[in-house]
Design a protein. Sequence first.
Length: 166
Amino acid sequence: MLAELHPQALRIAELLRKRGEKIAVADGATGGMIAASLLTVPGALDFFVGGGVVYSLRARDILLAQPREAYRGMRGASEDYALLQARSLRDNFHADWGLAESGSVGGSTHPTGAPAGQSCAALVGPGDGPASEWTQMTQTGSDDRIANMEAFTRAALDHLESVLSR
């Protein structure tokens, strides 16, 4: 899969490099495949600050450094949840962009009850407020864990490239 995504990662890298901007990534249901795709680009330090896989409450607490109350009333694999993660990631890593994916890949029950085959990719760019925030919901309607991980990764990268190309 990484070989298939490499050409897109090169395009995204070029867009970020032209802007002189950097990104941080929080993979959720994608298990690190978004970050891994971007890291296939030689010299990724030019545009990639870091990130992590936010797959547990402990990982979320450490990586995003938000109090648990900040998530009150939110459900995983939703726009508000993913946006909070993207904002926190951007700010904590001192990046220009924060990309967070939160989803339910299937094969087991999601802790917040999110349906299998649902993912939200949230992107927060320079600045504050709605003009610097974008989300993309993906619904596959499938319980196929591996296929969903791949679909969610592609959707998040497509979303990122689309916003950066505007």
